[in-house]
Design a protein around this ligand. Structure first.
Ligand code: HEM
Length: 127
C-alpha cells in the first residue's frame, strides 16, 4: 500500500480535473459491462460518478466536499447492499485500470492510485 504522504499527494499533483478524468473513464465503461452494469442504477449514474469522484478527491488529499455532503465514508457499510464477490472486485479493478491508463497521468501517480484502488477494492469483498 502506498503510504499516507503518497496518497495525499495525488490530488495536489494532478488536480481535481485529473481525478475527474479517471472517474469519468471508469463510469463510461460501467453501463455496458456485464458484471458491473446491472449493479449500478442506470438513471442515477451521474450522481454515482460524482460521489466516487468527490470521495477520491478527498481521499487523495483534495477538498473535503464529499465529507460535508455524505459524512464519514464508511465504505464497507455503504457497500453492504451489494454482493461484492472476487469477480465483481476484479472487474471493478479492470475497468479502473483501463481508465487509469487512458488518463495519461505521471507514472508515479498512476502507480499510487492503482495500488490504493486495488487494495481498497479487495478490502470491500463481502461475499
Ligand atoms: C470492489 C468492487 C466495487 C463495486 C462492485 C462497487 C460498487 C458500488 C455500487 C454499486 C455503488 C452504488 C452506486 C452509488 O450510489 O454511488 C457504490 C458506491 C460507492 N463506491 Fe463502490 N464499488 C466497488 C469498489 C469501490 C472502491 C474500491 C471504492 C473506493 C476506493 C468505492 C467507492 C465508492 C463510493 C465513495 C461510493 C458512494 C458512497 C456514498 O456516498 O453513498 N467503491 N459502489
Amino acid at each position: 500500500m502506498p503510504d499516507e504522504a503518497e496518497i495525499s499527494s495525488v490530488c495536489p499533483t494532478i488536480g481535481e480535473a485529473g481525478i475527474g478524468r479517471v472517474v469519468a473513464g471508469f463510469y463510461r465503461r460501467v453501463p455496458s459491462d456485464d458484471v458491473l452494469g446491472p449493479m449500478y442504477p442506470p438513471q442515477a449514474l451521474a450522481e454515482s460518478e460524482s460521489r466516487l469522484r468527490d470521495f477520491l478527491i478527498f481521499r487523495f488529499g483534495g477538498s473535503d466536499q464529499y465529507i460535508q455532503q455524505r459524512g464519514h465514508p464508511r465504505l464497507r457499510i455503504r457497500h453492504a447492499p451489494f454482493v461484492l464477490t472476487q469477480q465483481a472486485r476484479d472487474r471493478w479493478v479492470a475497468l479502473m485500470d483501463q481508465a487509469l491508463s487512458e488518463a495519461e497521468l505521471p507514472s508515479a501517480i498512476e502507480t499510487i492510485m492503482r495500488e490504493f484502488l486495488q487494495q481498497t477494492a479487495t478490502f470491500l469483498i463481502n461475499s
